[in-house]
Design a protein around this ligand. Structure first.
Ligand code: ZN
Length: 156
């Protein structure tokens, strides 16, 4: 992985793990946040919603298995809705393709951590990583998990 992508990967992962301003601050900064490991997702949702209500900020919260996700509800101008939707679909398509490519190398890529235009993922078995950025016409992609086979593939 290129040094600048490595630096971004670490920064995104550290921000996520440390959450210096708490989950609500993360939501405001990032536009999206998911409940931490071990938190009661319903209590977490209620707390985020209460804070957002107090600030008169519109949020959407939803359940994703044993986690909850909160996202800011952004007003998108009508003429940009389709472009936005198609960008998001394209991004999802690219990420699915990257996960698939890593899986053929034996890695386990089951979820992505998103930070604005960037997404990162890690194979929990070997720690190999993927970095993707979507702020240009062509996505920037990098990571050991896309080029090298999972060293723990046959270990289990
Ligand atoms: Zn792996």
């Amino acid at each position: 992985m290129k040094p600048e992508h490595d630096a971004r990967f670490r920064r995104i992962a550290e921000d996520f793990l440390e959450r210096p301003g708490g989950d609500y601050a993360e939501l405001l900064r990032r536009g999206r946040v998911s409940s931490p490991e071990g938190a009661d997702p319903e209590a977490w949702r209620a707390q985020i919603r209460a804070q957002a209500r107090a600030d008169k900020i519109r949020v959407i919260t939803l359940r994703d298995g044993d986690r909850a996700i909160a996202a800011r509800h952004r007003e998108i101008p009508e003429d940009q809705e389709l472009a936005e939707l198609s960008r998001e679909l394209g991004r999802g398509e690219v990420l699915r393709g990257l996960a698939q490519r890593a899986r053929t190398l034996g890695h386990e890529i089951s979820r992505w951590l998103r930070h604005d235009t960037e997404s990162i993922a890690i194979c929990p078995r070997c720690g190999f990583r993927i970095y993707a950025r979507f702020d240009a016409a062509a996505p920037v992609i990098d990571g050991e998990a896309l080029d090298d086979a999972c060293p723990r593939w046959f270990a289990e």
